[in-house]
Design a protein around this ligand. Structure first.
Ligand SMILES: Nc1ncnc2c1ncn2[C@@H]1O[C@H](COP(=O)(O)OP(=O)(O)OP(=O)(O)O)[C@@H](O)[C@H]1O
Length: 343
C-alpha cells in the first residue's frame, strides 16, 4: 500500500513551536526576546492503519512535535487538523473530546503511572473519563487482553512497582486504548525498556495498529527500529524535517546527508535488540536552537555543503521513488543523486 491510500486521521502543516528563553537580569533592558526554535514548519500526516516514524537525535524537537499534536502545548504557528478540521484546544472539555481520539504514550512508563494506584484504578479512570465504562469488569479484562497481559486477573490489582518495565508500558498502552482512540502518539515508547523486551512492545503496537486500524506516530532516535516498525519515516534535524518517504526507501536509500549520517552510526537493523542510545548516534554537535544556522541547519556538519547551503533554506525536492523527498540542495537539479552519489 502506498503512503497516500488510507484515510487521513491527523495532520499538521507549518507546525511551529518557539519557546521563550527566560531572561537574565542583565538582559531585562534589552529589547531582544530570545526563543528556542524547537520546531519549525513541520508537515506530517497520520493515516489509518499506518505507522509514521519521526526520527532524529536528542534535542531535534521530536517530543515537542508529539506534545503539539496531543495539544499539550499551544503552537506558535501552523495548523493541526483532525479529519480535516483545524483543532486548537487548551484544557477543559474540548481537550477531553480531543484526547478521546488522539492519545499519547510516554517514554517512561514508571513516571506516567501513579505508584500509589493499581492497574485497575488506572484503567477504570481512563474508561470513566472517556465515557466507556459499560460493563466495567468485562472492559477492564478486554483492555488487558488487548495488550497481552493475560490472564487479566493476575494484573488488575497489581501496583506499578510490582510489574516489569515492559508490563508497565503495556498498562500505559491499555490506558491509552481505554479512550478507544483513532491515533496514538508514541514518544520513544521502548527506549527505556530492557533491550530484550523492546521488540515485544513494538510488535504489540504493530498488532494493535492492524487490529484497531490505528494511526500511529512513532517517535524514536533509532532509525533501525523505524525501518523495522514504521511504514513511513520522517527525519528531523534541529527542529526541521529534512527527509521523508516509505521507511524502506528512506533507510535503504537515504538521500539527505544527515539521514546517511544517522544510518551510518546506527546499529545493524537485524540486531534490533541492541538499539543504541541517542548519545551514540551521529558525529558532530547539533546546533544551538536559540540561534540556529541560517540556510540548511545541517550545513555546519555536512560534508557536501555548498555556498548556498549556508544562506538559503532548501525546499523539499521530490526524488525518483514516489513519496520520497529530501530538503537538500544536492537534489535541486538532479534527483537521481539518491543512487548513493551523495555518500
Ligand atoms: N518547555 C521548554 N522550554 C524551553 N525549551 C524547551 C522546552 N521543551 C523543549 N525545549 C527545547 O526544545 C528543543 C527540542 O526539544 P525536544 O524535547 O522536543 O527534543 P527531542 O528530539 O524530543 O529530544 P529527546 O529525544 O532528548 O527528548 C531542545 O533544544 C529543548 O531544550
Amino acid at each position: 500500500m502506498t503512503v497516500t491510500e488510507t484515510e487521513v486521521v491527523l495532520e499538521a502543516e507549518g507546525l511551529t513551536k518557539h519557546f521563550p528563553v527566560r531572561r537574565r537580569v542583565r538582559d531585562l533592558l534589552s529589547r531582544e526576546h530570545k526563543v528556542v526554535h524547537a520546531v519549525d514548519d513541520i508537515k506530517l500526516t497520520l493515516r489509518r492503519g499506518r505507522v509514521t516514524a519521526l526520527v532524529g537525535e536528542s534535542g531535534s524537537g521530536k517530543s515537542t512535535v508529539a506534545r503539539l499534536m496531543a495539544q499539550l502545548y499551544g503552537r506558535t504557528a501552523g495548523d493541526i487538523r483532525l479529519h480535516g478540521e483545524t483543532v486548537t484546544v487548551r484544557g477543559g472539555r474540548k481537550f477531553r473530546a480531543y484526547a478521546r481520539r488522539v492519545q499519547m504514550i510516554f517514554q517512561d512508563p514508571f513516571a506516567s503511572l501513579n505508584p500509589t494506584h493499581t492497574v485497575r484504578y488506572h484503567l477504570t479512570r481512563s474508561l470513566r473519563i472517556h465515557g466507556r465504562e459499560g460493563d466495567l469488569e468485562q472492559n477492564l479484562r478486554n483492555l488487558l487482553e488487548q495488550v497481552q497481559l493475560t490472564p487479566p486477573e493476575r494484573y488488575l490489582d497489581k501496583f506499578p512497582h510490582e510489574l516489569s518495565g515492559g508490563q508497565r508500558q503495556r498498562v500505559s498502552i491499555a490506558r491509552a486504548l481505554g479512550a478507544d482512540p483513532e491515533a496514538l502518539l508514541a514518544d520513544e515508547p521502548v527506549s527505556m525498556l530492557d533491550v530484550s523486551i523492546r521488540l515485544g512492545v513494538l510488535n504489540l503496537l504493530r498488532d494493535l495498529k492492524e487490529r484497531l486500524n490505528l494511526a500511529i506516530l512513532y517517535i524514536t532516535h533509532d532509525i533501525a527500529s523505524a525501518r523495522y516498525f514504521a511504514d513511513e519515516t520522517l527525519v528531523m534535524y534541529a527542529g526541521r524535517l529534512v527527509e521523508g518517504g516509505e521507511s524502506e526507501t528512506v533507510t535503504q536509500n537515504p538521500a539527505h546527508p544527515y539521514t546517511q549520517l544517522l544510518i551510518d552510526s546506527a546499529p545493524d537493523p537485524d540486531r534490533l535488540g541492541e538499539l543504541s542510545t541517542p548519545e551514540d548516534q551521529a558525529g558532530g554537535e547539533p546546533p544551538s536552537l536559540i540561534a540556529p544556522p541560517t540556510g540548511c541547519r545541517f550545513h555546519p556538519r555536512c560534508v557536501h555543503a555548498m555556498a548556498k547551503c549556508s544562506t538559503e533554506l532548501p525546499p523539499r525536492f521530490d526524488l525518483p521513488v514516489p513519496g520520497h523527498w529530501a530538503a537538500c540542495w544536492l537534489y535541486e537539479a538532479n534527483p537521481d543523486r539518491t543512487e548513493g552519489a551523495a555518500r
